[in-house]
Design a protein around this ligand. Structure first.
Ligand SMILES: *Cc1c(COP(=O)(O)O)cnc(C)c1O
Length: 397
C-alpha cells in the first residue's frame, strides 16, 4: 500500500492553493530545502573544491541517474543527468541518427513539444546531410513507420492533451522496419509506470522539474540502451564525457557507456535539490500511483462535465490512454485560467484554447479535486472570467 498522506506531508504546499500544475513545475519538497541549505553551508561552504571528491559531487550525475532509472524501468547504469531537456534531445537524436547512417528521415508527430521539433530542425541544419523531419498526426505514426525512417522521435504523453502513445508497440514496429527510437518522457517520468528496458527503447530523455519535483531548471536525464551505449558517438563531446577527463588529452575519446553522454561540469546545487526530491518516491508503488492518478482524473472529468457543460474535454476519455493531466477547451481559456489562479486553483494554459490541470497523487487528493471543481463551476456559471484584467497575457502562460 502506498501511503499518499505520507507523501503529501513531504511537500511545502502554500495555504489556500490547490496546485494542479505539477505537470509543469512540481512543488517544493521540504527535504530539498534542507538538503540545499546543508550543501551550501557544509559542502560548498566548508569543503570548497574538496567537495568534488569528498561530498561525491562528481559522481552525482550517475548516482541520481540510477535513481531516476528505477522509476522509468531503465537498466542500472544506463541513465545520466545534466543540461536541459532540449540539449539532451539534441544529443540523443544526433547519436541515434548515426546508428542508422543510410537513412535520412526523422519521424515525429504534431503532438510533440515544439522545442523537440526545433532542436531536430537545428540539428538537421548543422548536419547538412539531407535529413528531413517528417511530422504526422499522432494517430498516423504507426502507418508512417516505413523503411525510410532512421529515427522515430516521440514524446510519450502529449503536453497539451495528455494523449499517451503505446511505447512498447511503436518501438517494436520501429525496430521491425530498422529504425531506432527516441522517447521523450517529460510528461511520463513520475506520472505513470514506464518500462524502457521492457519496451526495448533505444534512447530516452526527460526533465525533472515536472512530476519529479526537482525545482525550476532542474537538470534533465538521458537514457541510452546498454545495447548501444558503448558504440554511440556523442555529438556534444565535452570533457566530462571523456574517458579520462583529468588526463587532459588533446583528443576526445568517449568514456565508458552512458558516461559519454555527460558534457560539462554538473549543476551540483540543482542536483542536490533533485536528489532530495527523489526521496518522496521511496515506498511509492508506480502501479498504485497510476490507479490513483486515473481515479483523480476521472473524478475531475466527471464533475467538470456535469457542472461546466460549456467546457469541452480535450483529453482522451479513457484513463488508460492518457498521462496524468486533463485539458478542457474553451475560446476564453486564458482568461478562465487567470480567474482560477486568482482563486488559488493553479493550472496553466496552452495555446490556442486549452486549460490544463495536472493530477499528482503524491500531494493531490480527492478533496482537492472537489474543491477545485467548486471554484471552476462558480467561475464558469457566473462568467467571473469575463473581465479585461484576466485577458492580459503574461510572459509565461
Ligand atoms: C517540458 C518539455 C520540454 C522543455 O525542455 P527544456 O529544455 O527543459 O526547457 C521539452 N520537451 C518536452 C516534451 C517537454 O514536455
Amino acid at each position: 500500500m502506498t501511503d499518499f498522506d505520507r507523501t503529501r506531508s513531504l511537500f511545502h504546499l502554500p495555504q489556500g492553493v490547490i496546485y494542479l500544475d505539477g505537470n509543469s513545475l512540481g512543488p517544493l519538497p521540504i527535504a530539498a530545502k534542507e538538503r540545499v541549505a546543508r550543501l551550501l553551508a557544509d559542502e560548498w561552504g566548508k569543503l570548497l573544491i574538496r567537495g568534488w571528491n569528498e561530498a561525491g559531487w562528481m559522481t552525482m550525475p550517475r548516482r541520481i541517474g540510477d535513481r531516476i532509472g528505477s522509476l522509468i524501468g531503465a537498466e542500472q547504469g544506463s541513465v545520466v543527468m545534466g543540461d536541459t531537456l532540449s540539449i539532451k534531445v539534441y544529443q540523443a537524436l544526433a547519436s541515434a541518427l548515426e546508428l542508422v547512417p543510410d537513412r535520412r528521415v526523422i519521424l515525429t508527430d504534431s503532438g510533440n513539444f515544439p522545442s523537440d521539433l526545433y532542436i531536430a530542425q537545428g540539428l538537421i541544419g548543422s548536419l547538412a546531410g539531407g535529413h528531413t523531419l517528417h511530422v504526422v498526426e499522432p494517430e498516423e505514426v504507426d502507418a508512417a513507420l516505413d523503411e525510410s525512417v532512421a529515427v522515430l522521435m516521440l514524446t510519450e504523453v502529449d503536453y497539451r492533451t495528455g494523449r499517451l502513445h503505446d511505447m512498447s508497440a511503436l518501438t517494436q514496429k520501429a525496430h521491425s522496419v530498422g529504425a531506432v527510437t527516441l522517447w521523450d518522457l517529460a510528461h511520463s517520468a513520475g506520472a505513470l509506470p514506464v518500462d524502457l528496458a521492457g519496451a526495448k527503447a533505444d534512447f530516452a530523455v526527460g526533465c525533472t522539474y515536472k512530476y519529479l519535483n526537482g525545482g525550476p531548471g532542474a537538470p534533465a536525464f538521458v537514457y541510452v540502451s546498454p545495447r548501444h551505449a558503448d558504440r554511440v558517438r556523442p555529438a556534444l563531446s565535452g570533457w566530462l564525457g571523456h574517458d579520462a577527463p583529468f588526463a587532459f588529452d588533446l583528443d576526445y575519446r568517449p568514456g565508458p557507456g552512458i558516461e559519454r553522454m555527460r558534457v560539462g561540469t554538473p549543476p551540483v546545487i540543482a542536483l542536490a535539490a533533485l536528489d532530495a526530491a527523489l526521496d518522496a518516491w521511496n515506498g511509492v508503488d508506480m502501479q498504485a500511483l497510476r490507479r490513483q492518478s486515473i481515479a483523480l482524473c476521472d473524478l475531475f472529468v466527471g464533475e467538470v462535465e456535469k457542472r461546466c457543460p460549456m467546457l469541452a474535454l480535450g483529453s482522451p476519455r479513457d484513463g488508460t490512454k492518457r498521462g496524468s493531466q486533463i485539458s478542457f477547451l474553451h475560446d476564453e481559456g486564458y482568461a478562465i485560467m487567470q480567474a482560477l489562479v486568482a482563486r488559488g486553483v493553479i493550472g496553466d494554459f496552452r495555446a490556442p484554447n486549452a486549460i490544463r490541470f495536472g493530477f499528482t497523487p503524491l500531494y493531490i487528493g480527492e478533496k482537492d479535486v472537489h474543491a477545485a471543481v467548486d471554484i471552476l463551476a462558480d467561475i464558469m456559471q457566473n462568467r467571473l472570467w469575463d473581465t479585461a484584467k484576466y485577458r492580459q497575457k503574461a510572459l509565461v502562460t
